[in-house]
Design a protein around this ligand. Structure first.
Ligand SMILES: [Cu+2]
Length: 302
């Protein structure tokens, strides 16, 4: 009975591990593997990671297999006598050439992915991301040929912020979104709204110290450095909420500047963007008479 329980537990753990290790569609408890994400770059990064992982598994099996086989089959108690040679040209050639081939096999596709990630041309819209201590600023620069002037700051949601204060007496477990999911420290007041199936170019910079904009489901991080503009892009395939964090230690509240991307279909996005544009840039009032009043007169030299 005890054994059945043990086996049951073992099988359960193995099944759970397999589920967690297989590419989970979203965060799951005890998840072991990377998230495959929702963009081509994240799928590419995931594939590179799996390629490197399986190469490592192969190397591990061969090296540890050979080691344990040697330790077991040629142990002293069986009367093994150490060989006295110290040089073998064939072995040395193999263990030099094989790693080189493996490195090239990994570097080739990795370089292709990096080059593709740097190719921000032909994007359909541009968003400027600015890192601040400790919040994110977003500027929608254009959509197609049309310039936009939409700007907002996205910061830790108010509930998390109140809860995180020292001696707040509030329970992090009570910070939940409308669906009942715990969003303590991973939610913001205003998410970055993006269209799906659209090549979005990001220009990323910092206002004070170095931050790093990172949403794992998109597949990359980009440093936000004062005085420097980094550019990168994404094209999200599925509508949804994608969460991330500042990934560069940027000061005492580094852990309290989460990122939330809300991906919506392009039609909905366009509507939202036009609404924001109208709200933030009201038409100028009818031409007022040129103001003369309020201009200080030059002091006379008398
Ligand atoms: Cu930061």
């Amino acid at each position: 009975m005890r054994n059945i329980g043990k086996w049951g537990l073992g099988a359960g753990l193995t099944a759970g591990w397999a589920v967690a290790f297989a590419a989970a569609p979203e965060r799951v408890p005890w998840q072991l593997n990377m998230h495959p994400g929702v963009t081509q770059s994240s799928h590419d990064a995931y594939d590179l990671h799996m390629l490197a992982l399986w190469i490592c598994v192969g190397i591990g099996l061969i090296v540890f297999g050979a080691m344990f086989y040697a330790m077991f089959a040629f142990r002293k108690s069986k009367g093994a006598v150490p060989a006295t040679w110290s040089h073998n040209t064939i072995a040395e050639t193999i263990w030099t050439v094989v790693p080189i081939l493996l490195l090239v096999a990994m570097a080739w596709p990795a370089t292709k992915v990096l080059i593709n990630e740097a190719y921000t041309n032909e994007s359909q819209m541009t968003v400027k991301i600015t890192g601040y201590q400790w919040k994110w600023g977003y500027d929608y620069v254009n959509w197609g040929d049309k310039a936009y002037h939409v700007h907002f700051i996205s910061r830790l949601d108010e509930k998390s912020d109140r809860t995180r204060q020292l001696r707040s007496g509030l329970n992090p477990g009570d910070v939940k979104d409308a669906q009942g999911e715990n969003t303590y420290l991973i939610d913001v007041d205003k998410p970055l709204v993006l269209p799906t199936n659209t090549k979005v170019r990001f220009v990323v910079t910092g206002d004070d110290v170095i931050h790093s904009w990172w949403v794992p489901a998109l597949g990359w991080k980009s440093d936000a450095i004062p005085g420097i503009i980094n550019d990168t892009w994404t094209n999200i395939s599925e509508p949804g909420i994608y969460r991330g964090q500042c990934a560069e230690l940027c000061g005492q509240d580094h852990g309290f500047m989460p990122i939330v991307v809300k991906a919506v279909p392009p039609e909905d996005f366009k509507k939202w963007l036009d609404e924001q544009e109208a709200a933030q840039n009201p038409p100028a009032p009818a031409a007022a008479p040129v103001a003369q009043q309020g201009v200080p007169s030059m002091p006379s030299n008398g």
